[in-house]
Design a protein around this ligand. Structure first.
Ligand code: AMP
Length: 283
């Protein structure tokens, strides 16, 4: 493979802003892809999508402490900057924004975005403060990089909707775009957390997508959602999942729907052993 130029790594905000200002002055549109690193093909697909939306692509890598709850996996979250930078170079990413925690949250930092509505259901009750932490760090990233467009994965569908709403509510000029979920051949959505799965759990994990797809098909056929969800829950529990929620929701409001009448989404979160998996499919 021909060698690609390395992706410049920025840890200093003023230097990043100077680089972005130069690009903008030359007329380039700048696209941001926020990540927490441990990059996989899902992230790379978002970056490829970002390429189609502008001339310069910035990927951020920041494992954001404020979106992890007590007892969650912040400490053991996979971190491998060298591997991430090698992948970013392969994709031709123009800059990697990799702030230190002290750059993001200097002493005295005391502002947090409160998000309601879209953040109240689904993952919300199981991860108190999570979406507030996400919205706060994403708005900071948007203000730091100043992109024309930012791209997020549909894999985290509630997060995508919360960020779209926060950006709109706060009158941010950025355009928020979603990218489709990249899956393994057996249907398992790629995730940095899949590496936590024991081999036996990895074999069971694709059932989550299979059940979501089944629920979506039955809901699309016009069935009332309650019994369809009950069967899906039973199938997941029988396979060994500890389900937090399985829901059929309006794709815009994320409110549960009794019967599908417009764009909808089937969403679930479940533990397999100590690994928490989330996934969703369109109806
Ligand atoms: P993360 O590093 O897990 O915070 O994810 C960074 C971005 O990549 C988020 O916008 C995710 O929704 C997105 N993402 C994660 N997994 C996938 C996937 N399998 N397919 C597409 N996008 C993904």
């Amino acid at each position: 493979m021909p060698s690609r130029p390395q992706t410049p790594r920025f840890t200093d905000l003023a230097a990043l802003r100077a680089q972005v200002a130069l690009w903008r002055a030359s007329g380039a549109r700048v696209v941001l892809v926020p990540t927490m690193g441990a990059l996989h093909r899902g992230h790379l697909a978002l970056i490829a999508h970002a390429r189609t939306l502008g001339e310069r692509v910035v990927a951020s890598i920041f494992v954001n402490p404020t979106q992890f709850g007590p007892g969650e996996d912040f400490a053991r979250y996979p971190r491998d900057a060298a591997a991430d930078l090698a992948l970013l170079a392969q994709t031709g990413t123009d800059a990697a924004w990799m702030p230190e925690a002290a750059t993001m949250y200097p002493p005295g930092f005391s502002t947090r975005i409160a998000v309601g509505g879209l953040a109240d259901g689904l993952c919300g009750p199981f991860r108190p403060g999570h979406f507030s932490g996400v919205a706060t760090v994403v708005v900071k990233l948007l203000n730091q990089v100043g992109p024309d467009v930012a791209v997020f994965g549909e894999k985290d569908f509630q997060q995508l909707r919360v960020i779209q709403q926060a950006a709109a509510d706060l009158d941010h000029a950025v355009v928020i775009r979603g990218g489709p979920t990249v899956r393994e051949a057996d249907g398992l959505a790629l995730s940095s957390r899949n590496r936590y799965l024991e081999p036996a759990e990895r074999e069971v994990a694709p059932r989550l997508h299979a059940v979501l797809s089944q629920v979506a098909a039955e809901a699309l056929a016009g069935a009332a959602t309650a019994p369809v969800i009950a069967r899906g829950l039973a199938a997941l529990e029988a396979a060994g999942f500890a389900v937090q929620y399985l829901a059929v929701c309006d794709a815009g409001t994320l409110a549960p729907v009794a019967r599908v009448a417009g764009p909808a989404r089937v969403l679930a979160a479940a533990h397999l052993g100590r690994t928490r998996l989330i996934d969703n499919v369109a109806v």
